[in-house]
Design a protein around this ligand. Structure first.
Ligand code: GUN
Ligand code: FE
Length: 437
C-alpha cells in the first residue's frame, strides 16, 4: 500500500551515495530513474537522453539531499513506547521496564496500535528496511507482519522466543515456538517485502533445547537468526553460569547451531579474541548499537577494530535501550562513541561520517545479503529517502552558509540531525512516507 496517490519514476536532486566503508559519491545534481518494478535503470550526474525522460513523472528537489534508504539492523518493536525511560543497567532494566511492556502485547489492541505507530515512526525516520524483535505472542507477531506489509517498508521480523528466567506470560515452550515459526513462515515469509527471523532473545532466556531448535530451524529454512551477545558484563557472567559446559558466550550459541552466516548478533561489546575468531569463522554479523550501549552504560563496541579484523558488522537503534528510531542519530552516536573509545583506550578507533553512513545503508544491506540495497546503482532497488537538510542549517534569513559543499552538508545532517529531516521515503520506487501527507 502506498500512502501517496502520486507515482514517481525518477528524481533529480543532490545525492550522497555510499561507496565503501570510508567513502561516498557526492553529486550536487544527479538523475535517478527507476522502472515499473522499482529497479534503478539510470543513475548519473549527466541528464539522460530526452526520450528517456518523456512521459516520466520526475520528483525534482532543488534544496534537498537524496540518499539510499536507511537500514536498521537491530531494534525492538514492542519497546518503542518506552524509549528513553529508565537507565538502569541491562538486567534490572529488562526486569523493570522491558518484560512488563512486552507482556502488554498479549492485548491485541495494544499490538495493533503499537505496531502501526512503530512502522510509521520508522519510515518517518528514513528507515526503509528494519530488522526487529517482536513480542512473543502469536497474535502480536501476526499483527506486526500485517502492519509492516501495510506500511510498505521492508521488514525482517520474529517473535522473541524465551522459555526461562522471564515472567510466565512471556514464555513460549520450544515445541510451541517451532509451530509458531512454521505458521509465520508459511503466512508471511518472503511476502510483501517481509521475512521471518528466528529470534531466541538471548542465552539467559533460552533453554538449550530452545537454542538448538532455533539453530536447526534457521539453517533448515535458510532464515536469519537474531539474538543478543556480550552486551553487559553481568549478563556475560550469568550466561557462563547458566551454560557451564561452554567456555564463552559465543560458544554457547555455536554449540547449539546458532552461529552461521545469517546470524545477527546484537551488541558484542565485551567479546574476547577467541570469540571474535569464532564469530568471524562462522561469518556471523556483530551489530553495533551505540545509543543503547551509552544509555544502559554497557560499554563501547570497538567497531573500527572489528571492521579491520574483517568481521562482518552492522548498526542498529536497539530501541528502547536505544533512544530513537533514527539511524541518522545512530550514525552520529557511532562516530561520537568511537572518539570516546579512542581517547580512553588510546586506540586509533575513529569512525568518520561517511563510514557511519555506509554502515547505516550499504554495510547493513550487505549484512543482510542484499547487494541490491543500500547504494544507488543500475539494477538496485529504488529505496531512497529525501532529506530537507535546511533543518540542520546554522545560517538562515537569506544569508549563505560558507560551509555548503555536499560533504559539509552531510556533516550537518548527521551531527545536527532533526526529527523532521526526512521529507520523503520510497521503497521499490513507491512513496511510503511523505511528510505532511
Ligand atoms: N538482551 C536481551 N534482551 C534485550 C533487550 O530487549 N534489549 C537489550 N538492549 N538487550 C537485551
Ligand atoms: Fe536489542
Amino acid at each position: 500500500m502506498s500512502i501517496s496517490k502520486i507515482q514517481y519514476d525518477g528524481i533529480v536532486a543532490a545525492v550522497v551515495n555510499p561507496t565503501d566503508d570510508a567513502g561516498a559519491e557526492f553529486l550536487e545534481k544527479a538523475f535517478l530513474l527507476w522502472d515499473k518494478t522499482g529497479a534503478i535503470e539510470y543513475f548519473s550526474a549527466e541528464p539522460p537522453a530526452l526520450d528517456r525522460l518523456n512521459g516520466r513523472n520526475m520528483l525534482v528537489r532543488e534544496h534537498a539531499i537524496a540518499m539510499p534508504g536507511l537500514i536498521d539492523l537491530h531494534t525492538h518493536l514492542p519497546q518503542y513506547e518506552f524509549a528513553a525511560q529508565g537507565a538502569d543497567a541491562l538486567l534490572p532494566w529488562l526486569e523493570r521496564y522491558t518484560y512488563p511492556q512486552e507482556a502488554r502485547f498479549a492485548d491485541e489492541t495494544v499490538a495493533i496500535a503499537q505496531s502501526e505507530n512503530f512502522f510509521r515512526h520508522a519510515l518517518a525516520a528514513g528507515t526503509t528496511t528494519v530488522v526487529a524483535y517482536l513480542a512473543p505472542h502469536a497474535p502480536a507477531a501476526k499483527i506486526a507482519f500485517e502492519s509492516a506489509a501495510a506500511s510498505g517498508l521492508r521488514a525482517y521480523l520474529g517473535p522473541s522466543l524465551m522459555d526461562r528466567a522471564v515472567p510466565e506470560s512471556l514464555v513460549t515452550a520450544t515445541r510451541t515456538a517451532e509451530e509458531l515459526l512454521q505458521s509465520l513462515a508459511a503466512a508471511y515469509h518472503k511476502r510483501n517485502r517481509c521475512e521471518l527471523v528466528v529470534t531466541p532473545r538471548f542465552a539467559l532466556s533460552c533453554s538449550p533445547e530452545m537454542l538448538k531448535m532455533c539453530g536447526d530451524f534457521s539453517r533448515k529454512n535458510n532464515l536469519f537468526l537474531q539474538t543478543h551477545i556480550s552486551e553487559n558484563t553481568d549478563e556475560v557472567a550469568a550466561a557462563l553460569k547458566m551454560f557451564p559446559q561452554s567456555e564463552s558466550y559465543a560458544e554457547i550459541y555455536d554449540k547449539h547451531g546458532c552461529l552461521h552466516q545469517k546470524t545477527l548478533l546484537g551488541h558484542g561489546v565485551h567479546l574476547t579474541p577467541d570469540e571474535l575468531a569464532l564469530i568471524r569463522e562462522r561469518q556471523s554479523v556483530v551489530v553495533h548499537c551505540p545509543t543503547s550501549n551509552a544509555f544502559l552504560g554497557s560499554g563501547i563496541m570497538p567497531w573500527r577494530k572489528y571492521h579491520e579484523n574483517h568481521m562482518r558488522t552492522g548498526l542498529g537503534t536497539d530501541v528502547a535501550a536505544g533512544t530513537s528510531l533514527s539511524m541518522l542519530a545512530e550514525a552520529r552516536a557511532m562516530t561520537e562513541v568511537a572518539k570516546l573509545r579512542a581517547h580512553f583506550m588510546k586506540e586509533n578507533a575513529k569512525v568518520n561520517v561517511t563510514s557511519a553512513l555506509w554502515q547505516a545503508t550499504r554495510g547493513n544491506a550487505l549484512a543482510l545479503g542484499r547487494s541490491d540495497l543500500g547504494r544507488f546503482a543500475v539494477g538496485n532497488c529504488a529505496d531512497l529517502i529525501v532529506l530537507d537538510d535546511k533543518l540542520a542549517e546554522t545560517v538562515t534569513h537569506g544569508a549563505r552558509n560558507n560551509y555548503d559543499t555536499l560533504p559539509e552538508r552531510l556533516q550537518r545532517v548527521i551531527y545536527r540531525t532533526h526529527p523532521n529531516m526526512v521529507s520523503m521515503a520510497l521503497v521499490d520506487g513507491g512513496v511510503v512516507f511523505a511528510r505532511g501527507a
